[in-house]
Design a protein around this ligand. Structure first.
Ligand code: NAD
Length: 481
């Protein structure tokens, strides 16, 4: 019999009469587990538990919080291979990528364990004689978290760790496609010594559990990562609620990678193929627009196709697989729909784009590279969120920069060049939150801010010490001594 993984509410595992199957996208015969589908009542109980736990938790010492987060980090890192395997099995990224992501979650908890001890305030002289001013940071309260399926442990980790470090209580609703990694993470943190009710997990549908979380009057803030269309609904609900909720949104991307004539060709191809297709292209930071200047264009395309021919698309858990399956049938349908749209619009399918059959039944797709694309095409403007990238030809650096910035999104942008002048100019003039020089647009450090501009992000940055801007609220106190 398949094990049923229950919700964690007030420190107890509850529910499960209504559960959904977590299916391995590399092998649809493989059921990872049955995971409880929470109800609105479960959500209300979780928020009530968080509310009850908040007064005591928000007054814990930094040392108490440090010890719990550090213990959680130690267990995540000790179990990274097992957690990485679970992640790859439920999401479809390759085993090394899954283990890498689990490792990152462990590192994030270690970082925020340290942050517990680093939260300082300011003492500022007043403009009035005899008056002192103190600026301190306090926890926000109860944080609701809604996460997407493509980073099943890292994203819950980079939201939960700072929330707890700064003394908040949490109700998290992970993506319904990949609840397993979030369940394992919450289990680890709970057993690290967290008081009951501080962290609650309610799995289930966005339209039910997510929506109820957005509307609950006792939730003070929402941290959301997902698509732009859901993000808009989240922000609207946060503003409509009374009192209004603080909100942070991390959403999609249509990230450019500029390749200039003077680029190291081998490095540029590696950077592009990694950024566009690794993790099956299912990264918000994936390079889906490869903007290549005329002098290197044909050599770049030829070398990129050669490199793509060598990519092994297969079961995520198999040794030697470079690209795992697409996450599910509906995402595969979306990817194929965009391949058809791009062809209709006049882009040339230079490689891949077809469904592949493998030993096990799964959602396998050959990564697709389009050439002769223009920046006006839908393939260049809309997020596909799969292994699909297009090459856009540019006359020179100036035109490449203009194309890179001509998008509604602004998450990540990259440039491959050996010119210090162009690299420096690009870093200053790219309209993205994260800029990479001779590095893939995807792949970031955990101790520095993460986030974008324009339609990609809304609200304060995530990760690193900057996370405190969202997870704390500032108090200004005046004293006449
Ligand atoms: P999604 O928007 O479909 O779902 C995200 C989460 O929102 C899920 O947990 C879902 O259940 C929930 N949800 C759906 N409808 C809701 C509602 N009405 N009320 C409340 N919650 C609701 O996104 P997805 O398909 O899971 O993830 C892919 C998207 O995430 C892509 O657009 C990708 O770019 C983006 N993403 C962004 C970042 C980033 O940091 N910028 C990172 C990873 C993924």
């Amino acid at each position: 019999m398949t094990e049923i993984f229950k919700n964690l509410i007030a420190g107890e595992l509850v529910g499960g009469s209504n559960a959904s199957r977590n299916i391995n996208p590399s092998n649809t015969n493989d059921v990872v587990g049955e995971y409880a589908q929470g109800s609105i009542e479960d959500l209300n109980n979780a928020v009530a538990a968080a509310k009850a736990a908040f007064p005591a938790w928000s007054r814990t010492t930094p040392q108490e919080r440090y010890e719990i987060l550090k213990k959680a980090s130690d267990e995540i890192l000790a179990r990274k291979e097992e957690l990485g395997r679970l992640l790859s099995r439920e999401e479809g990224k390759t085993l090394p990528e899954g283990i890498g992501e689990a490792t990152r979650a462990g590192q994030i908890f270690a970082f925020f364990a340290g942050e517990c001890l680093r939260l300082a305030g300011e003492a500022i002289p007043s403009i009035r004689p005899g008056v002192g001013v103190e600026v301190t940071r306090e926890p926000v309260g109860i944080i609701g978290m809604i996460t997407p399926w493509n980073f099943p442990i890292a994203i819950p980790g980079w939201k939960v760790a700072p929330a707890l470090a700064y003394g908040n209580c949490v109700v998290i609703k992970p993506a319904d496609l990949v609840p397993g990694s979030a369940w394992a993470l919450v289990d680890i943190i709970q057993r690290a010594g967290l008081p009951k009710g501080v962290l609650n997990l309610v799995m289930g549908r966005g339209s039910v559990v997510g929506q109820a979380l957005l509307e609950h009057k006792d939730v003070h803030a929402i941290s959301f990562t997902g698509s732009v269309s859901t993000g808009r609904k989240v922000a609207a609900a946060c503003i409509a609620s009374n009192p209004m909720k603080k909100v942070q949104l991390e959403m999609g991307g249509k990230n450019p990678l500029v390749v200039l004539d003077d680029a190291d060709l081998k490095l540029a191809v590696e950077t592009a193929v990694n950024g566009a297709f690794f993790s099956t292209g299912q990264r918000c930071t994936a390079s889906s627009r490869l903007i290549v200047t005329e002098g290197i264009h044909d050599r770049f395309v030829e070398a990129a196709i050669e490199r793509m021919k060598g990519l092994v698309v297969d079961d995520a858990l198999k040794a030697g697989t470079h690209i795992g399956p697409v996450v599910d049938q509906s995402q595969l349908d979306q990817d194929l729909k965009y391949v058809a749209i791009a062809k209709d619009e006049g882009a040339k399918l230079a490689w891949g784009g077809e469904v592949l059959k493998r030993e096990s039944p799964g959602f396998y797709m050959q990564p697709a590279l389009f050439t002769e694309a223009s920046n006006a095409m839908r393939i260049s403007r809309e997020e596909v969120f799969g292994p699909v990238a297009s090459v856009i030809r540019a006359k020179n650096y100036e035109e490449a920069l203009a194309i890179a910035n001509d998008t509604e999104f602004g998450l990540a942008a990259g440039i491959c060049t050996t010119s210090l002048k162009h690299a420096t100019h690009f870093k200053r003039n790219s309209e993205a939150g994260m800029v990479m020089v001779n590095l893939p647009t995807a792949g970031v450090d955990y101790h520095v801010p993460f986030g974008g501009r324009k339609g990609s992000s809304y609200g304060p940055r995530e990760q690193g010490a900057y996370a405190r801007e969202f997870y704390t609220t500032v108090k200004t106190a005046y004293t006449l001594a």
